[in-house]
Design a protein around this ligand. Structure first.
Ligand code: AMP
Length: 276
């Protein structure tokens, strides 16, 4: 992969890169389309990265369908799929990790303490392997995008990070490979996430700026649905990821909720268009 990328670079070609864990859906495809328009070469990676999963999480049962993914990637005009093994990514005596501080301490960092260390490490490795000029990430994983931007800036990595809007099902559910875990009426309960974001945006549009009052209403809305168990509902500064007491133009509402077995996440930046 490095040799291939280097030869493209020597020809003056631009490489756009979309890292994924596979089981591709329309959310991934939207990033790939963006990449297609931004580079002469569109590279994607499909790798379920073990270092970003904690003990007891869904690493082993994470959905996989390489053949289906390959077909979608080909149809979209993807030039190369980087599809490494664990042995190649983390051989014996692997000991180097990237730790982005501060912004990883809140939200998903609270319930998944090793998660962002794994994400930052694998992305740093993938950037060194694929050598992209631009990498495209989804805003659905809002904190992840902030972590990657921070890492790239702090470590002077020479690539552009592009964030893309969350792609949703027609009824508002944010697309996710983990939606495939939802059984029976859990699918309906999963709508509590997007519905509560909508409710929060309505409160904001009606002038509410008190974070505590919005969070209370969001929690009520989620708890109204069966099969839901809230991990967190928080309103934070979009850059520092610190909790906000009062909303300004840079505030994000972020949620993580177990719906049956999967833990789903969603978010909304107040004042931005919400396509629900
Ligand atoms: P994953 O395969 O879940 O690791 O996701 C790979 C990339 O796709 C990440 O940058 C995600 O933020 C992005 N992504 C996942 N779901 C969506 C979605 N519904 N809309 C937009 N981007 C998404």
């Amino acid at each position: 992969m490095q040799k291939y990328s280097e030869s493209l670079r020597l020809q003056g070609k631009k490489i756009a890169f979309v890292p994924t864990m596979g089981y591709l859906h329309e959310g991934h495809l939207s990033l790939m389309r963006k990449g297609r328009s931004r580079g002469d070469c569109l590279a994607i990676s499909i790798y379920v990265n073990p270092t970003q999963f904690g003990p007891g999480e869904d690493l082993d049962k994470y959905p996989r369908d390489f053949e289906g993914d390959e077909k979608l990637a080909e149809e979209l005009g993807c030039d190369v799929i980087f599809y490494p093994t664990n042995q190649e990514m983390y051989p014996e005596n692997y000991h180097t990790y990237v730790n982005v501080e501060k912004i990883t301490e809140n939200l998903c960092g609270l319930s998944r303490p090793e998660h962002f260390r794994g994400v930052a490490t694998v992305c740093a490795k993938l950037f060194n392997i694929v050598k992209p000029h631009a990498a495209i990430f989804g805003k659905k994983d809002f904190q992840q995008l902030a972590v990657i931007k921070r890492m790239v800036k702090d470590l002077n990595m020479d690539l552009e990070i592009i964030g893309m809007p969350t792609v949703r099902e027609p009824d508002g559910l944010a697309m996710s490979s983990r939606n495939s875990y939802l059984k029976g009426d859990e699918r309906e309960s999963a709508l509590s996430l997007s519905r509560s974001l909508k409710r929060a945006e309505e409160m904001y549009e009606n002038g509410e700026r008190n974070a505590g009052r919005i969070i209370k209403e969001v929690r009520r809305c989620i708890n109204d649905h069966s099969h839901t168990r809230i991990d967190y509902v928080k309103i934070c500064d979009t850059e520092t990821m610190e909790d906000s007491e009062y909303l300004d133009s840079e505030s994000v509402l972020a949620l993580a909720v177990w719906v049956g077995s999967p833990r789903l996440i969603d978010n909304h930046v107040f004042g931005e268009h919400l396509n629900i």
